[in-house]
Design a protein around this ligand. Structure first.
Ligand code: COA
Length: 358
């Protein structure tokens, strides 16, 4: 009997209180490679011009990995920045999640990042969810922090990184795609916070759109079921990104609008608190194209001054990095108690949104 009480005290049952403890961001980091590629630089590579790119995408410049720089280098710079900002030693990190689509090999980028930054006690895994990888990774880390606390009574510190080297899979002869893409990394540290933090998350996927935004693979034969994959000559094509721009545009707008509404609704279902669109102080949408962001803002009724758009202008579409790069860009102007929503979509289509209070 005594033993039973002891066991129960050491392993308390999950309670709503423990599950509703606040979890939020406590540090931000970001990195873009020094090499800039402007619209006029692109005029020398493909048949395009600054006026077309600006009018159709809003992009002025993007940053590109140079020879010798790697995706791991970018991830490490952003991760170290976020840990320093949070005042957390890498040795304290329990969980590393990396949203990435362009690593394309194993071991995972997350394990290599764990080694590079010196976080020996952390679990580490990559998350592949197109440009929504960061949102998926934050949701996974958030849920783990809640469960670790509820089930084991442990405080967990997570490092979440969004990073991509899209220039590695860019077809520099395809003017429709090469003008859009850039390289970069962003990172956050998540842990329990006294108040605010993440209020709700929502992720979703629709595999029917798998053929409107996709990349080749050096193992393409395997995906097609070709036995040639297993022979020496089966190197396959380079892993270029392909896209049906118009279809992506339409699905992106629909998806981002419905994901924002859904995450707000999920919060209401969980807490009864009604949040209106007018209560949202700031929106961090995935930075794919300025016209998409303008349309999402308009459809939701969020004025453009409340929408982060600077990233797409300065960095182009940096895939999973674009939302945490936005936090990093805005880190000096952040106030407390602001209601913010992150929303991303990408290849798959995988998409998701996070509702947070700063
Ligand atoms: N420079 C100059 N002209 C270009 C061009 C470029 N870089 N790319 C395409 N064009 C031309 C086309 O060839 C076409 O010429 P035509 O009328 O003589 O045939 C014309 O511009 C219009 O092309 P279109 O593809 O219809 O343009 P669009 O208005 O759909 O814009 C995108 C193209 C890619 C900018 C737009 O579709 C888009 O942003 N889609 C979403 C992309 C995205 O966000 N992807 C990432 C998701 S994570």
């Amino acid at each position: 009997m005594v033993t039973r009480f002891w066991v129960a005290a050491r392993h308390p049952r999950p309670t709503i209180d423990r599950l509703s403890q606040a979890v939020g961001y406590v540090g931000f980091g970001g990195y873009v490679p020094p090499t800039e590629l402007t619209n006029s630089d692109l005029e020398g590579i493909v048949d395009t011009n600054d006026e077309w790119i600006l009018r159709r995408t809003g992009i002025k410049t993007r940053h590109i990995l140079a020879e010798g720089e790697t995706i791991l280098d970018m991830a490490a710079c952003a991760a170290k920045g976020a840990l320093e900002d949070a005042g957390i030693d890498p040795a304290q990190v329990d969980d590393i999640r990396v949203g990435v689509n362009t690593w394309m090999r194993f071991p995972s980028l997350a394990t290599q990042l764990q080694e590079r930054i010196g976080a020996p006690r952390a679990a580490a895994a990559d998350v592949s969810a197109g440009c929504a990888g960061f949102v998926y990774a934050v949701e996974q880390a958030y849920h783990r922090i809640l469960i670790e606390k509820a089930r084991y009574g442990r405080d967990t510190i997570a490092l979440v990184v969004g990073v991509d080297g899209l220039s590695h899979i860019t077809d520099w002869t395809d003017r429709q795609t090469c003008v859009l893409l850039g390289d970069g990394a962003g990172a956050v540290v998540l842990r329990h916070v006294p108040k605010g933090g993440i209020l709700a998350t929502h992720t979703h996927a629709d595999g029917r759109y798998g053929d409107v935004l996709w990349s080749d693979s050096v193992l393409a034969g395997q995906a097609n079921g070709s036995p040639k994959t297993f022979t020496h000559e089966a190197k396959g094509p380079r892993a270029y990104l392909h896209m049906d721009g118009k279809k992506v545009f339409a699905v992106a707008v629909e998806t981002m609008v419905s994901d924002v509404l859904r995450v707000i609704e999920k919060h209401r279902e969980a807490t009864g608190e009604r949040i209106g669109i007018e209560d949202i102080d700031y929106l961090y949408p995935h930075q794919a194209n300025l016209r998409i962001l303008e349309m999402v803002g308009k459809r939701l009724g969020v004025p453009l001054e409340k929408v982060y758009t600077e990233g797409v202008v300065r960095y182009g579409n940096t895939s999973t990095a674009s939302i945490p790069l936005g936090y990093w860009d805005n880190r000096k102007t952040k106030g407390e108690g602001r209601l913010e929503v992150d929303v991303a979509f990408g290849a798959g289509f995988a998409s998701g949104a996070i509702l947070r209070r700063t």
